[in-house]
Design a protein around this ligand. Structure first.
Ligand code: NZQ
Ligand code: ZN
Length: 388
């Protein structure tokens, strides 16, 4: 039975091949001081930085630079961003980049007017903001996380080997997000495919749970098919606008809270991947790819009917004359072939994980209970060993 819920998404999306112009419509809604958040410099190379600064200046804004947000933003960088926002009495946090910049902007947004230590309050104690939250806008340059239309923020703490996400409420979601598929053309191929697998896995995390007949699962299947189809085109021709636009929009819908409505969700691949990321600082999508198959093969018997449906509906496996187990395994095998074909990293050793890290990674893996099998520590260790 479809569960009960309320649904509202706060983020206004501008999606087109010329969408940056809509920044002119949004900027007048906010005060003068804009903290311009970006990463390691890709936006300077591809010209997006100049175009954004030009619009900010024409709208009479004071631009406060906040560069150097690293992939997997750290707690030290978060504290620095909070300091910049406080010192400059910032009115709008404008993130220009991928999920890391957007997540970071949200984490700064909830911390600027808060006296507590943000890491302890939001990422250890999982408290909700009680202070005034700064508005966030996003200009997306990488498709994957869905951060452009959700309340998630993931922060890494290398001192403690922790990478922890807090899913904030609607009040923390970006007020607007500007999506131009052409902005993703300059992504290195490895980042593009890592993003593609992140999208695919977000959908899996919300699909592999529950036994009821649920509209969300049908939506998930349609999104998965679109991602698979477009990924194969984009890998061949990264400048195929149709494929890149479908990937970008699928990423947004994969994690803007819609397809989790009315059902339970799993998220154990992300818990495993995040713990691997905490130890290795590896690319998020690759950490997911590397642990996925050992995990799904292990839980398959506990959710056999859904894995069979995944095989027939998403991967077009012909079930005639085969046992449910055979059909389900063929589905996972076809998924594995697709993952290898698009160039994903299939084991955690290639990401820098070593056998002596396994126990530590297992200890840093949050155990969630919404999927087909609630794992214990030994099972987590076995899955991690199979992922090496
Ligand atoms: O830093 P720059 O120089 O900009 O380069 C970035 C970065 O090195 C580069 N890049 C981005 N757009 C580009 C580009 N290079 C050339 N051309 C472009 N157009 O790509 C690299 C990766 O960027 P990043 O933002 O780190 O990637 P992604 O979007 O995958 O974000 C990853 C972070 O998001 C978190 C992850 O854990 C990780 O910390 N997640 C956030 C979620 C959420 N908010 O809901 C959910 C996800 O599951 C995920 O956990
Ligand atoms: Zn993800």
């Amino acid at each position: 039975m479809l569960g009960n819920f309320s649904y509202c998404n706060e983020t206004k999306i501008y999606f087109c091949d010329d969408s940056l112009k809509y920044l002119n419509d949004e900027l007048p809604k906010y005060g003068k001081n804009v903290q311009l958040i970006y990463g390691g410099g890709s936006i300077k190379k591809n010209g997006i930085y100049d175009a954004v600064v030009d619009i900010l200046k024409k709208n009479g804004k004071n631009v406060i630079e906040d560069a150097g947000v690293m992939p997997n933003p750290t707690v030290e960088k978060l504290n620095e961003g909070v300091k910049i926002a406080r010192e400059n009495k910032v009115d709008l946090l404008l993130a220009v980049g991928g999920g890391s910049c957007c997540d970071y902007a949200k984490a700064v947004a909830v911390s600027v007017n808060c006296d507590d230590d943000p890491w302890q309050k939001y990422f250890i104690r999982f408290e909700e903001p009680t202070c005034k939250i700064l508005p966030v806008g996003c200009i997306l340059t990488m498709a994957g996380t869905g951060s452009e239309m959700n309340g998630g923020a993931v922060i890494s703490n290398h001192a403690t080997n922790q990478k922890i996400g807090h899913v904030f409420g609607a009040e923390v979601m970006p007020k607007f997000s500007i999506l131009n598929p052409k902005f993703t053309f300059s992504l290195p191929k490895r980042q593009m495919v890592a993003g593609i697998y992140d999208i695919f896995n977000h959908i899996c995390e919300q699909y592999f749970s529950g036994t009821d007949d649920n509209t969300s699962d049908y939506l998930a299947e349609a999104l998965m098919k679109s991602v698979i189809h477009s990924s194969l085109i984009a890998v061949e021709n990264p400048e195929d606008y149709e494929a890149r636009s479908n990937i970008m929009w699928s990423a947004t819908w994969a994690l803007n809270t819609l397809i989790a409505k009315g059902k339970t969700t799993d998220w154990m691949v992300h818990m495993l991947g995040q713990a691997v990321g905490a130890y290795t600082d590896a690319t998020h999508g690759m950490t997911l790819a590397a642990v996925s198959l050992p995990y799904y093969r292990y839980i398959m018997p506990y959710g056999l009917a859904k894995f069979k449906r995944f095989a027939t509906e998403v991967w077009s496996i012909d079930a005639k004359g085969k046992s449910d187990e055979q059909v389900a395994e063929e589905g996972l095998q076809t998924m594995e072939n697709w993952m290898k074909k698009i160039g994903l990293t299939m084991n955690i050793s290639e990401l820098g994980a070593t056998a002596d890290m396994i126990e530590g990674i297992a200890d840093k893996t949050f155990i969630l209970t919404g999927g087909y099998k609630v794992l214990n520590r030994d099972e987590i260790i076995n899955i991690l060993k199979a992922s090496l």
